[in-house]
Ligand binder design. Sequence first.
Ligand SMILES: [Zn+2]
Length: 603
Amino acid sequence: MASIRYTVSFLRPASHVFDLRCHIPDLSAGRHVLSLPVWTPGSYQIQDYARNLFGLEASAHGRPLAVDQVAKNRWQFELGEPATVDIRYHVFAYELNVRASHLDATHAYWNGAQLFLLVDDRPEAPVEVEIEAPPGWKVATGLERVADAPHRFWAPSYDVLIDSPVEVGTHRTVRFEVEGKPHTVAVWGTGNEDLARLTQDIQRIVATQARLMGGLPYAAYTFILHLTDRNRGGLEHLNSTTINVERFQFRPPKQYRKVLKLIAHEFFHLWNVKRIHPEALGPFDYDRENYTHLLWAMEGVTDYYAGLTLLWAGLDTPLRYLEGLGERIQAYEKTPGRFQQSLSQASLEAWTKFYKPSPDSPNRTISYYLKGDLVGTCLDLEIRRRTQGQRGLEDVLHRLWDRYGRHQVGFPESVYQETAEEVVGSSLQDFFDRYVDGVDPLPIDEYLGWAGLVVERGWRPLPDAEEGDAAGPAGSPPVPARAWLGVEWDPEARAPVVRVSLVGGPAAELLYPEDEVVALNRVRVRTRDQLMTRLERDFQPGDTVTVTVFRRDELVEVPVVLGPAPYTKVVVRPRADASAAERALFEAWLKVPWPQTQPAEGK
Ligand SMILES: [Zn+2]
């Protein structure tokens, strides 16, 4: 069968409307179906892209053909005899995030799941794409170019077509090579980036991960980078990635490292999830949710290696790595939902919980990114301790790569634990029961202790605190208990607006989502900072305060007995008295020398 040929035309880009044509040669007589995916792989939420599709018409040999829409994203038509069919339709595209499509006078960006109709539910058929763009616009994509045609591309299947986002416009382009393979960075938008430095750092990320995974399994790789004002994020593909970053996030260094970590995360996905993945994650069903219990291993473990990549590429220091680890431990431990939802459940429910959060999410759910990263840390240390530092989590990835990823075949879900057990040479049932399928708190102190590290929990100093104040007023205990309402605040609002009262906290069942706090003990408070400062400086746990709120525009007074605040800072640092064996495990794990300088004491 000859290839299906799509034409994407946008000669009036400011209309934000793509004009699509789909040429389907040699269709047999009988009924045929066209469909548009309801989601795009890597972004686990139903998006119903057909909401942006309109004006669908068909013709056979130039004569109009009746098409029936039979579902939100499905159309069908009948052929009385074999024919070549042409379909025309339009797609509105003005959504700027990595899983969507965006067209304006400066560029076109698309994810194929939004533009390309699938014919007869046969994603395995080869396809061609022709792009009709305004004069002077160039194309960046992971799709393979048809020889000598700058705007014609080819894909071996519909799956590859929609796994290859396309950027068209006047973007800046830089190129580099690693292991003789060409890499392209296409940058749309401007900010405070240093493009030469950024390119060099991306090159180091690529080289570091190539060393870790034993080579680069593609002919070429494309980074599409959008510098913009919102919707930070990335989406992984077989041989490309799209990354949106806030345009002024390239300084200071701590912000810049977040950009690099996002890039390292998306790049590592070319192995972990795009090639090494459970059966549920490819080939895909584009018509509905695709469920797996292993998103934590695909996303959290990818985040774990993204952090290590920066360390191994010399883009982060060991002490800063440990600082970031402390921040992740604090974020995990302050989330009540960690006692409610297991990692495997969080993975399965990503579609309805992680991607559709409610104000109550912190009470009922845990992020499979955050806990997945920490479980990856613990699993790596567990394997290293039991094998005297000889093996680690990377050996699990290497075996999955050799047996499945390299051949682009999904594995049965039980294989992940079985492979880890094979690497360690003994059962990990207890580990998986408690920390993956169960909600036991992670004994992170014990795990890090094996590597000579100590975990300290304390409080960030109050504003205007001076040396010696940290422990609170004279005569108070060394770690003062600070007064706390137990509320998460709406981060968008300057005024103290409740997002949710935490389960088990002082304000549980007393303050509601969207309550706006306007006074404390009948004295006005205007901002969240002002409220926090007053609570922490002037009250003790056990004090009763009157919190006045506007609730649906009605003034309500709520008495609350303040509780003790949980710690706000976690520090992970090397123990001065770490044994030789603990230091050796640290060095086998992080592949850096034991740190000689002690970090500043900080609570
Ligand atoms: Zn990811």
